[in-house]
Design a protein around this ligand. Structure first.
Ligand code: NAD
Length: 521
């Protein structure tokens, strides 16, 4: 049941530290424009995944603090909704510049708390900045529709109106990009927001909140609240909150969807994935193998658009030896060490889970071509290390195929034809992304039309659309009707209001009350 799932997930979260052991470095709440220490007695450790040292502690905000944040967002909405669209556009322009100026500081925070390499962390920030850049176009994005003369002297037009207070709930794997998928679009549309960064790596989101304040976001328009399940449940229940954006795992996403929409809120929920790369034998071999290795093992496989599964069609099955060589050549170390390709995994538990799923694959008959478990990394004896790992001869009934591993593990399946490959990918319950590698236009076209996944790459391994489009994962990877960013993002954070107006100089035409339904002739 949902309750059991929630309870199980709650237990998997890091245990709260005792109150007496408060570190100098604590993550602050940001409420009504003020960065302040929580009064809670429940704190969670934020660890550097390369060393497991605690770098900060994050509070589980108290119900009073959460209420205060919601009240301040509701109060600010009354003025922010009436700010001119040009004011909001200018705030986005300033935020864009500040984010670019602070790119390397943000990247350092991401690497410290999340583990990915500095270059990859800059990519995390950049993909978020691109959403802010799109939000700079808000005056055009908010344009409604008009029809003049729907009846004599009568006109109909629509506005995209803001919703009110919105909420954002973020995962650990993109500590800058995903908060930036949410609040810039919401605020540009005239809403206010309570944002909950991942409790594992809130540092980048907190610096972004400071930059948003500097950019001119008014007090109370953006509030940062922390915690885990209780904070999330507050966001699903609070009466001021009209819409919730969630990105993260299936269990949390379905819980939030059920609870939030049960309370009458809009919910968009981006969840888990198992993205398949389909390799046809006519593909450019070197480019394809490099693309696969980068997309499978980059960020230690902890991307929702990682290519974690490869389907080798026909003779492409013989490419696995070269795949192993390329994967073996990747350097595993701390994300701030020069030359690192693969950083640590987020936690001991996540690492052990990935180890266990690899073991289950071996037990269930897969071939372990490359084993990255239990590796030693010079200078970092306590990191959550897992090197690139490849399993071949995987079948769809194995746990390593059925589960999202979310680690540097590539599972390989072998089929004879493109039709079999398409059928296999379409049988998978998730539909976040997929990619085909080929030199045949007709095969690529067939693939893009017949495949069910919502984001398709043709010789492009991680086809995350730029924000003029939307992030369109589907099937079990998404619930909701309106996707993140792009036109759909603006639609998610607004509701249409349609006005029909009649302007006449005299009342000569209206001599009697009309009791029939207006037909607007
Ligand atoms: P997670 O679900 O553990 O955490 C995400 C957020 O949900 C956090 O803020 C956390 O506090 C909260 N949460 C966790 N368990 C909860 C529960 N039981 N009830 C209520 N709230 C809960 O996810 P994660 O481990 O941080 O992120 C990894 C997952 O996110 C992967 O499954 C990955 O595929 C997915 N993801 C998806 C996308 C996408 O766009 N589809 C993007 C990034 C990550």
């Amino acid at each position: 049941t949902a309750t059991t799932t929630t309870a199980t997930r709650a237990m998997a979260l890091p245990r709260a530290l005792a109150t007496q052991t408060r570190l100098a470095s604590t993550t602050k709440l940001f409420i009504n424009g003020e960065f302040r220490e929580s009064t809670t007695d429940k704190w969670l450790p934020v660890r550097n995944p390369a060393t497991n040292e605690i770098v900060s502690e994050v509070p589980c905000a108290t119900p009073e603090e959460l209420n205060e944040a919601a009240e301040s967002a509701a109060a600010t909405f009354k003025t922010w909704r009436n700010s001119s669209v040009i004011t909001r556009q200018n705030v986005m322009f300033k935020l864009q510049g500040l984010l670019r100026d602070n790119m390397s500081e943000l990247a350092k925070l991401i690497t410290l708390e999340q583990g990915k390499t500095l270059a990859d962390a800059e990519g995390d920030v950049l993909r978020g900045i691109q959403v802010v850049e799109h939000a700079c176009g808000i005056p055009s994005l908010l344009m409604g529709e008009t029809v003049g003369n729907v009846a004599k002297d009568m006109d109909t037009y629509s506005y995209r109106m803001p919703l009110g207070v919105t909420a954002g709930i973020c995962p650990f794997n993109f500590p800058a990009m995903i908060p930036l998928w949410m609040f810039p679009v919401s605020l540009a549309c005239g809403n206010t927001m309570l944002l909950k960064p991942s409790e594992r790596d809130p540092g980048a989101a907190m610096l972004i909140a400071k930059l948003a304040q500097e950019a001119g976001v008014p007090d109370g328009a953006l509030n940062m609240v922390h915690g885990s399940v209780d904070t999330v449940n507050f966001l699903c229940d609070n009466e001021h909150i009209k819409a919730i954006s969630f990105v993260g795992s299936d269990n949390a996403g379905m819980h939030i969807w059920n609870r939030g929409s049960g309370n009458g809120k809009r919910v968009q929920s981006n969840m888990g994935a198992k993205n398949h790369g389909v390799i046809l034998p006519d593909a450019n071999k070197t480019a394809t193998l490099n693309a696969l290795v980068g997309a499978a093992f980059g960020a230690a496989g902890q991307r929702c658009m990682a290519l974690s599964t490869v389907v080798l069609v026909g003779e492409a099955a013989s490419w696995s030896e070269d795949l192993i060589e390329l994967a073996r050549g990747l350097k595993v170390s701390a994300g701030d060490q020069p030359g690192t390709d693969v950083g640590p995994m987020i936690s001991r538990e996540a690492m052990q889970r990935a180890y266990d799923l690899v073991e289950s694959g071996v037990q269930q008959g897969a071939k372990l071509l490359l084993d990255g478990r239990n590796i030693k990394v010079d200078g970092y004896p306590d990191g959550n290390w897992m090197g690139p790992t490849i399993l071949s001869h995987v079948t769809t009934d194995m746990d390593c195929y059925k589960e999202e591993i979310f680690g540097p593990v590539l599972v390989c399946l072998e089929v004879d034809t493109i039709d079999e490959a398409i059928e296999l990918v379409n049988k998978n319950r998730w539909g976040n992304g997929t990619a085909v590698f080929t030199n045949c236009g007709a095969a690529a076209r067939k693939f893009t039309f017949e495949i069910e996944a919502g984001q398709v790459g043709v010789n492009v391994p991680i086809p995350v659309p730029l924000p003029m489009f939307s992030f369109t994962g589907n099937k079990a990877s998404f619930v909701g009707d309106l996707n993140f960013y792009g036109k759909a993002g603006v639609q998610f954070y607004t509701q249409l209001k349609t006005i029909t107006s009649l302007w006449r100089n005299s009342d000569a035409d209206v001599l009697k009350a009309a009791t029939v339904m207006p037909t607007m002739k």
